[in-house]
Write a protein that binds this ligand. Structure first.
Ligand code: BGC
Length: 749
């Protein structure tokens, strides 16, 4: 064999060995094997190196809190003083920063965390909008794609899902969660965790999920972000904790605590939450990260005298990693010396973090997520954009459709697209978008333009800006409307009007937008209003007078296309509100699963010494679970297979759904239960099951729900999770305020 032939063979062998080494998946490791590795590594670590693992800094590029004045972060990484970075992103950048960690004595890899809340490059609808799809498979897919994209860009860990129940639309962070209901919220929490974590930690396309903000942050008093929360243990366990438990059961690798104080104890320094419940009763094996600066903020809360004492309180309460308070890195060693924090406590926190780094395969290859080639091939693929469009159209809620104005015909001669958001694409991204692709955003106007044929003429007028107080441009908008056969009006909020620190006392449609709608309506032209926001807004006049209304939220990269799909009937809307839309801020909190009281108001009005307002109905403008379709559905034939059960028996509830209209479509059949009498008072109804059913025109289907002990249980006076004998009401409907079928059964001892 000639020398060059031998060399060629050798290099081919080398190449194939290298490729197979690169391709070799990281073997899943047994818990015991990881335990041994963690212990072995821990034994080699100095106290300072251990404390370094508990320290998380941000990259200076993105920040939701005050930035650290410390410019020496990179040196600290090299000396093993940092365990994780947030806001470093992209395969190239993460590799560069990881290289610094590889210069440290023990070469412990960094974890890169980022708020991947609703997509990475391809932006999905904001989480509240997705929740309106009531489609768990789609919600999981959305998180799956976000996870894949982020993992290809060097990210190991998302600070999502936010599973805080939110009953107050003034709170800007309602957009980040799944709405007001613990049952729906729990299922969505599980779906999102599964989506992000895919086949499990160690897969190259899976990122760690983080259930946040533990706990009760969503109950911030008055809807003011970061505010105090104060509630009974019963409300905590019945309403606010279930989605966290569901996230944990789905395998959430991490939890984040919160900014709020709960019943006087800040969540970050709260050992009842973190030690007793999460790591104790629930046996959570992952780690807890603080919220941004929330350890240090315990000084402002008046719970700690200084950052040092705050650190002591936080770590002793079970907060493992310090996000940007610089409390642990500065103070923990001294606190150990003073015997205020034990090495055992520190070891426990370090072990939890190291375990995740092992599970992610980072000790095998610290750069395994930082592959520019994979990043290029993964981001913004047509399939991912297709999925974003799909879920966006499923998230739209049809609030009104008088005289079947919708769907519009694609051959209408002239359509006027009017309003401050008609040509906006950035606003469609919504708050908490990370790395969207500016070149591929679709405004409502563009979506409509893409949809209609050449024979349709589109006109445009802005009318006003979102927050304008001037009506100077109304006349031009009115003149434009006058020329059209139908008007589509895009109104709502700019993307940064609902989100963190975006609480509002006034959640009416901002500025003069509702006046614009009035002016256009006065032309006599049929109007379709698209309401766009991250929160429920109030628009009573519009609700009374517009011909059709679609709540289109902030739908992400494919917003305009998804809106056009629905406007023109290529997709029949099926969304249902995951949160009540109030009539007035004065009703807040308004939610469907309230208690009856001793003096329930009659006919929704609280007159005559009843529990209600003298100047307003009790009910919201649009209730939880509400949403129309272009077709009509009929529910009938409610049957229970038993009328009396024992606690360990199940009851089967069936009914028939029929599509009696002329379009194919989906309906969400909703099952609510009421425990009529209990040793503690029970809500007037609670969602306990739902099914989203697709039917062609004329088709019917039997829908079955199984009611088991779990669905009948509640916390009794002693806070034991149990059932009590008695009568249960079974209610089936297409909204929490539209129950169509009723029955009852007895639970006997
Ligand atoms: C938010 C968290 C977020 C963190 C990091 C904080 O201000 O409350 O939800 O994960 O910033 O960006």
């Amino acid at each position: 064999m000639k020398r060059h032939t031998i060399l060629l063979i050798l290099s081919l062998v080398h190449l194939s060995l290298t490729l197979s080494a690169q391709k070799k998946p990281v073997q899943p490791k047994s818990a015991d094997a990881i335990d041994i590795k963690v212990k072995t590594l821990l034994a080699k670590m100095t106290l300072d190196e251990k404390i370094g693992q508990l320290n998380q800094y941000t990259s200076d590029r993105l920040a939701t809190g005050p930035l650290t004045p410390n410019s020496s972060k990179f040196n600290e990484i090299k000396t093993g003083k940092v365990g994780s970075m947030l806001n470093v992103k992209g395969a190239k950048e993460t590799r560069m920063v990881q290289e610094l960690a590889m210069q440290s004595r023990l070469k412990i890899p960094l974890l890169f965390g980022l708020d991947v809340i609703h997509g990475y490059r391809v932006t999905f609808p904001v989480p509240l909008a997705e929740a309106a799809s009531w489609d768990l498979g789609m919600i999981e897919t959305s998180a799956r794609i976000a996870g894949k994209e982020a993992a290809s860009a060097g990210i190991h860990w998302t600070f999502a899902p936010m599973v805080d129940i939110a009953r107050d639309p003034r709170w800007g962070r309602v957009m980040e969660g799944a709405g007001e209901d613990p049952y729906l919220g729990s299922l969505i929490a599980g779906a999102r965790v599964k989506g992000f974590q895919g086949k499990g930690l160690g897969s190259l396309d899976a990122i760690m999920a983080c259930a946040k903000h533990f706990a009760a942050y969503g109950a911030a008093i008055g809807g003011r972000d970061y505010n105090t929360t104060d509630m009974s243990d019963r409300t905590l366990w019945e309403v606010y904790l279930p989605p966290f438990k569901a996230a944990l059961d789905a395998g959430a690798a991490t939890f984040m605590n919160g900014f709020n104080d709960l019943n006087g104890v800040p969540a970050t320094g709260n050992s009842y939450l973190q030690r007793d419940i999460l790591k104790g009763k629930w046996a959570f094996k992952g780690f807890v990260v603080s919220d941004w600066g929330s350890i240090g903020e315990m000084v402002n809360h008046g719970f700690a005298t200084d950052n040092k004492q705050a650190g002591m309180l936080a770590i002793n309460a079970g907060s493992d990693m310090d996000m940007e308070s610089h409390s642990y890195i500065v103070n923990l060693a001294q606190l150990v010396k003073e015997e205020k924090v034990s090495v055992v406590t520190i070891n426990e926190a370090v072990k939890r973090i190291l375990r995740k780094k092992f599970e992610m395969g980072l000790f095998d290859d610290p750069y395994r997520f930082s592959n520019e080639e994979r990043e290029k091939n993964t981001l913004n693929s047509p399939e991912n954009r297709g999925a974003a469009r799909d879920i966006a159209k499923h998230s739209i809620v049809l609030l009104k459709n008088d005289n079947q104005l919708l769907p519009l015909s694609k051959t209408i001669k002239i359509i006027a697209v009017i309003g401050p958001l008609a040509k906006s694409n950035i606003d469609m991204m919504g708050f908490w978008s990370v790395k969207w692709d500016n070149d591929h955003l679709v405004s409502p106007y563009e979506g409509i333009e893409n949809k209609v044929g050449k024979t349709t003429k589109l006109l445009y007028a802005q009318g006003c800006d979102v927050t304008d107080t001037s009506k100077a441009n109304f006349s031009q908008a009115v003149a434009t409307a006058m020329q059209a056969d139908v008007v589509v009006l895009a109104v709502g909020e700019h993307f940064d009007m609902t989100g963190e620190a975006k609480s509002k006392a006034n959640i009416h449609l901002p500025g003069v937008q509702e006046d614009l709608i009035k002016a256009i309506k006065a032309t006599g032209k049929p109007i379709v209003v698209l309401t766009m926001s991250g929160r429920p807004m109030i628009f009573n006049w519009t609700a009374d007078h517009a011909d059709a209304i679609l709540q289109t939220w902030w739908l992400g990269s494919e917003a305009g296309n998804a809106i056009a799909d629905v406007l023109f009937g290529d997709y029949n809307p099926s969304g249902k509100l995951p949160i009540s839309f109030p009539r007035s801020e004065g009703q807040i909190p308004v939610y469907y699963n309230y208690k009856n009281t001793g003096r329930p108001s009659t006919n929704d009005y609280g007159t005559g010494y009843k529990s209600g307002y003298t100047d307003l109905q009790n009910s919201p403008r649009y209730a939880f679970g509400y949403g129309l379709s272009y077709t009509q559905f009929e529910l009938s034939d409610l049957k229970l297979n038993k009328i009396s059960i024992k606690p360990n028996e199940n009851i089967k509830v069936t009914c028939t759904l029929k599509n009696t209209g002329k379009y194919a479509g989906e309906e969400v059949v909703q099952l609510y239960l009421r425990d009529e009498v209990g040793s503690v008072t029970r809500p007037v109804k609670e969602l306990k099951g739902f099914e989203k059913v697709y039917l062609k025109a004329g088709e019917s289907k039997a829908v079955t729900f199984v009611i088991n002990k779990e669905k009948l249980s509640f916390y009794n006076q002693k806070m034991n999770w149990t059932t009590e004998p008695g009568t249960f009401d079974v209610m089936i409907g297409n909204s929490s305020d539209h129950i169509i079928l009723n029955s009852k059964f007895e639970l006997v001892q």
